[in-house]
Design a protein around this ligand. Structure first.
Ligand code: 5AD
Ligand code: SF4
Length: 446
């Protein structure tokens, strides 16, 4: 067996893909943790913002340096940057031997044979069918409690700012039977939580070619949640346009579907949402929030926000801040707009918000979210939650950490008697919140 080192950037989907491609290479390569011992180094890359690509290029030059002492090492770029930059990567002078896009992972063994014969190895063909449905991923995460299960690939929403439809191709849904058998396999291996993944999970729709029967996301969730009430189910990411009442009803029926919805809003201004081609406006979004609160009163809501998209005015920005307060998000991922080549915005709009203004708006958004997160956490003080224990706290070796259904991290002391041990990892415990910061709840076992 040869040694494979894989480093993953970007979204959860990429982390799931790294597990798929490790499985595909499994007959010849085993995954290791130290790149200096590797025969093959793969970087699974992200193109969503320029910053993500720059990080990868920097890291690539570090990896390339080890070829001086070990010229036999092979370096591959896979994922979104591979898809976007194609041959450019082979010709970059950065010692890249192999380039494979997100739909080309089955070809990796062949591509490596080409490299070993001294030939160019590149495949960036996108597929309309590939879902890797039959590949059982090799779990690379070090906690054996929670795992990702990819249920669909691609995106065809073409939001004006976003490179994903170009790097990951058309939307396609994996067949439900293969999803269910992967979840059952995880359960048998002792996993307690699965996160169903896709660029827009709630537009999941699979039609059986023989019977014509259709499974949508609500039905899939119903099936997955029914496998075992002790298995927690999460999902990411949802698009507001497809967040149906039917899904909320299924969630309310199954306590093991976690009370946390990630619903990227991007902007609070209907004018900006139209420019962004998001297919909903502020009122539609707020109506979906009302529906969540109605069906799932204890549901945490998180979001993604972009500051300083093309033509964004101060008024638009104020509407984003006002919407954040109105929703009272538990958590948010917040970004400065970064123009991506090939997108609608890069072709037809001007990236005209000055960098300093983008940064100032982003900081205002971050500061507001910080106070909203703190407020939300303070409301939890005195409440008791069922926690799935995930591990021993990195900051304090005498404490465990876990998550509640709302996806909030909670740290708590070990039980009064007995040493801290792996015994509690993967178990459900009742924990009462005593204190908090904006990022973490602090509790005690009850
Ligand atoms: N610039 C900044 N943020 C972006 N996102 C997507 N494209 C861009 C871009 N060009 C953000 C969106 C999306 C998240 C995954 O990344 O908020 O929801
Ligand atoms: Fe990008 Fe929009 Fe698709 Fe999300 S829904 S991946 S933001 S194009």
């Amino acid at each position: 067996m040869k040694n494979l080192f894989i480093e993953t950037y970007g979204c959860q989907m990429n982390f799931a893909d790294s597990e798929v491609l490790t499985s595909i290479l499994g007959s010849s390569y085993k995954a290791i943790q130290d790149y200096k011992q590797a025969d093959l180094i793969l970087i699974n890359t992200c193109s969503i913002r320029d910053h993500a690509e720059q990080r990868v290029l920097h890291r690539l030059s570090e990896f390339a340096a080890i070829k001086k002492s070990r010229p036999q090492v092979r370096i591959g770029i896979v994922g979104c940057m591979a898809e976007r930059l194609k041959e450019e990567l082979l010709n970059s002078g950065l010692s890249v031997d192999l380039v494979a896009g997100p739909d080309s992972y089955r070809k990796l063994p062949e591509l490596l044979d080409l490299v070993n014969c001294g030939k160019e190895a590149i495949d960036t063909l996108l597929s309309e069918e590939e879902t890797y449905h039959d590949i059982l991923p090799v779990r690379l995460g070090n906690n054996k409690v929670s795992a990702f299960v990819s249920i669909m690939r691609g995106c065809q929403n073409y939001c004006a700012y976003c490179v994903v439809p170009y790097t990951r191709g058309k939307e396609r849904s994996r067949d439900p039977e293969s999803i269910i058998s992967e979840v059952k396999d995880l359960l048998e291996k002792g996993y307690k939580e699965v996160t169903l993944l896709g660029q827009n999970v709630n537009s999941y729709k699979h039609t059986d070619t023989k019977s014509g029967s259709v499974v949508n996301f609500s039905l899939l969730m119903d099936k997955v949640a029914s496998i075992n009430p002790l298995l927690r189910i999460r999902f990411a990411t949802s698009h507001p346009k497809d967040l149906s009442d039917e899904l909320l009803e299924v969630m309310s029926k199954h306590p093991n579907i976690c009370r946390a919805i990630h619903l990227p809003v991007q902007s609070g201004s209907s004018r900006m949402l139209k420019e962004m081609k998001r297919k909903y406006d502020r009122d539609w979004y707020l109506n979906r929030i009302t529906a969540i609160r109605h069906h799932l009163p204890d549901c945490a809501i998180s979001t993604d926000i972009i500051a300083g998209f093309c033509s964004e005015t101060e008024e638009d920005h104020q509407q984003t801040l006002a919407l954040m307060k109105e929703v009272g998000y538990e958590f948010a991922f917040m970004f400065k707009y970064s123009e991506r080549p090939g997108t609608f915005a890069s072709k037809f709009y001007k990236d005209d918000v000055p960098e300093a203004t983008k940064l100032r708006r982003l900081n205002e958004i971050i500061d507001l979210q910080q106070s909203l997160s703190l407020e939300s956490n303070r409301r939890d003080i005195g409440h008791t939650f069922e926690i799935l224990t995930e591990g021993i706290s990195k900051k304090n070796q005498e404490q465990y950490y876990g998550r509640n259904s709302q996806n909030k991290v909670i740290v708590f002391d070990k039980p009064i008697s007995g040493p801290i041990s792996n015994l509690h990892i993967g178990t459900y415990l009742s924990v009462k919140v005593k204190d908090c910061t904006a990022a973490t709840l602090i509790g005690e076992i009850v």
